[in-house]
Write a protein that binds this ligand. Structure first.
Ligand code: SAM
Length: 430
């Protein structure tokens, strides 16, 4: 490779640029990576490199945009989508990864040839990247601006975090969401013990791991390709964050033998299969509005070799049930702000008002689900949002408007790859 840029690096950044270009359209980094990795054949090492780079570009999305726009003195919207993607990846590589602009450009030469880009395009990239190399962050005026440049959070989000949690906790949360993403698996204890699977992971694949205090989970030190192992095929585990299991485990402790549960927004079925795995006696009904996501639930139950629940596909705001249940699980669609650690691009690609639309949807669904809880039964309400409006304020609204009493609620903070999660258990009083 000319100029010393090696082939692996060339492949890694080509993939990264393709992913970042697609991200602008589909606004989901995991999905963009999946689609690009499926379409273009590159080595696992190139994919690994592209995954790392695109995560970091996603995390700094708004900061990179600002740097580029300051250097080129022109909004990015005036550039083509390909130029924007090359500049974003290039700015990350030059500013944060200490790559020389010429090294980056030479590594992209084969890609530029495939794309038949003009000389002017390359000159523009070179000009901007040399500007980025000299870029200096101006002293921030306040903590929100400091968090923008140093913790990579949009101003509206850090301001909301400060308003809700106070400055100290907000800064801690932002730092936690920037930690290196870990992953966790839930052991399918109907097939294998937690310690036995942990030993296999260590002996066969040298995974670094620890057994989670939340059972039956194993926390892995980083994102390993666990879904390509024979153990995954054999249904020994499913990928799930332990924080998201706590509410379900507590609910099951409150329910008598052969109780009925309606999991109203169940797909892709992580928590439903946990219910089935921990309590085979439960009469489980799973519903979701999305057929595609419901297919994932069915596939996962089959892979885990767990008996399928009763299935319906319907809008939970118009539930097709004439019976009531001992428990209703409302794991509701939400702003997903608790997942920003794992999906760092989302904080930039959402709108500040998104959570308000979510509260509206959540209340519409809850309004229809509460009557399906038997008197004396339990409503388990949960979100993966960190915003008070979607969590504590919804619980308050439920207590004020329905015969429900909150018996427990908990907010589990996001950290590293762990999802920020909220759940509340409410008992129907009459
Ligand atoms: C947070 S996810 C549920 C995750 C799932 N409980 C699990 O543990 O794997 C929210 C789900 O709600 C579904 N959903 C969104 N709006 C809905 C509606 N109006 N009625 C039913 N399901 C809905 C989505 O398709 C999505 O699968």
């Amino acid at each position: 490779m000319a100029g010393g840029a090696n082939t692996l690096y060339s492949a890694g950044i080509e993939l990264a640029v393709r992913v970042i270009e697609l991200l602008e359209i589909n606004r989901d980094l995991v999905l963009a990576r999946e689609l690009i990795f499926r379409k273009y054949e590159f080595s696992p090492k190139a994919r690994e490199m592209a995954t790392l780079i695109t995560n970091e570009v996603g995390r700094r999305w708004g900061v990179l945009n600002r740097m580029i726009e300051e250097v080129q003195e022109e909004p990015l919207s005036r550039s083509s989508s390909l130029l924007r993607a090359v500049l974003r990846v290039g700015a990350y590589e030059v500013y944060y990864n200490n790559k020389h602009p010429n090294y980056f450009l030479k590594a992209l030469t084969p890609f530029f040839k495939k794309k038949r880009v003009k000389r002017g395009f390359i000159n523009r990239v070179r000009y901007v990247l040399f500007g980025i190399k000299k870029f200096r962050i101006k002293p921030p005026q306040d903590i929100v601006e400091w968090a923008f440049w140093h913790l990579f959070f949009p101003q509206w989000a850090s301001q909301r975090l400060i308003d809700q949690f106070g400055q100290e906790k907000a800064l801690k949360l932002m730092e936690q969401m920037n930690q290196h993403p870990a992953m966790a698996v839930r052991v399918n204890t109907t097939k294998i013990g937690v310690r036995e699977l942990a030993s296999r992971f260590i002996e066969r694949y040298a995974y670094e791991l620890e057994i989670s205090p939340i059972q039956p989970f194993i926390k892995l030190a980083k994102t390993y390709p666990v879904m390509r192992t024979p153990e995954y095929e054999a249904g020994y585990f499913t990928v799930q964050d332990p924080n998201t299991a706590v509410g379900v485990v507590k609910l099951l402790k409150l329910l008598p033998q052969e109780a009925s549960i309606l999991d109203a927004c169940a797909a892709p079925g992580r928590k439903s299969s946990l219910i089935r795995q921990l309590r085979s006696d439960i009469r489980l009904f799973c519903n979701d509005i999305s057929t595609m996501r419901m297919e994932k639930l069915i596939n996962d139950f089959q892979r885990l070799e767990l008996p399928l629940p009763y299935l319906t596909i319907a809008d939970a705001a118009k539930p097709p049930f004439k019976i009531q249940f001992d428990a209703v699980h409302a794991d509701l669609p939400c702003s997903g702000s608790g997942t920003w650690g794992k999906h760092p691009e989302r904080k930039w690609l959402t709108t500040p008002e998104r959570y308000l639309e979510c509260v509206q949807t959540q209340r519409t669904i809850l309004n229809s689900l509460v009557p399906l809880v038997k008197p004396g039964g339990i409503l388990l309400f949960s979100t993966c949002s960190i915003w008070r409006e979607e969590n504590e304020e919804n619980v308050r609204w439920l207590e004020e408007n329905f015969p429900l009493k909150c018996i427990e609620m908990e907010r589990l903070d996001p950290s590293g790859g762990s999802t920020g999660f909220f759940y509340a258990l409410l008992k129907r009083t009459c």
